[in-house]
Design a protein around this ligand. Structure first.
Ligand code: ITT
Length: 191
């Protein structure tokens, strides 16, 4: 089965390829000749996942899934959420985004946060949503150099290491994206 994954983020493509069974051939946006950065203009994580999957299905006719993720911090009323990639501005530097979070939480004792991923699958004229959530806390400083985004300041519940200290395989086992992708795989395998 061929399925387009509507992303240009090489880290995410690598993580997802790790999880998808070989019977499903994943095509990237480049593989189908789509070279535009699909605008993510919705104001929710769900909305952006739907927008990206719909863009591919409507313009290229492929079955497609898209994901959107974000970090939701309790003390910041769910920020940065849908704005996670550009929290410090549109230049999207991971370090700048982390610094902004740490600065906003400087005097905050409630460090609870969660990563959330929503996957939207368009297949056979139908749309399906899968959600993965991992709860944890925001540290006061960066630790680790693996992964991407906010990984160096996020520690999942029950773990002593940050996401940036975990191997790709370990992170995929427990991450928001891993949880959502496994739901997607289970669904695809049951058809
Ligand atoms: P797309 O091209 O697929 O949209 P993206 O970088 O925008 O890639 P997401 O929409 O999934 O990726 O996530 C938005 C931001 O949320 C991302 O840029 C990171 O800052 C943060 N984020 C998402 N998943 C993360 C993870 O597993 N670890 C750390 N930060 C993450």
């Amino acid at each position: 089965m061929q399925l387009v994954f509507a992303s240009n983020n090489k880290n995410k493509i690598k993580e997802i390829q790790q999880l998808i069974p070989q019977t499903i051939q994943i095509l990237s946006l480049e593989d189908i000749g789509c070279f535009i950065d699909i605008p993510e203009t919705a104001d929710t994580i769900e909305g952006n996942a739907i927008l990206k999957a719909d863009y591919v299905t409507q313009n290229y006719g492929y079955p497609c899934f898209a994901d959107d993720s974000g970090l939701e911090i309790d003390a910041l009323n769910g920020e940065p959420g849908v704005y996670s990639a550009r929290y410090a501005g549109s230049h999207r530097s991971d370090n700048d985004n982390i610094d902004r979070v740490l600065q906003k939480l400087q005097h905050e004792t409630n460090r609870k946060a969660n990563f959330k991923t929503v996957i939207c699958l368009n297949q056979d004229g139908k749309q399906y949503l899968f959600t993965g959530i991992v709860n944890g806390t925001i540290l006061k400083e960066k630790i680790g150099d693996q992964g991407f985004g906010y990984d160096p300041i996020f520690k999942a519940e029950g773990f002593s290491e940050t996401f940036a200290q975990l191997s790709l395989e370990k992170k995929a086992e427990i991450s928001h994206r891993g949880i959502a992708v496994r739901q997607l795989i289970e669904f695809l395998s049951s058809k």
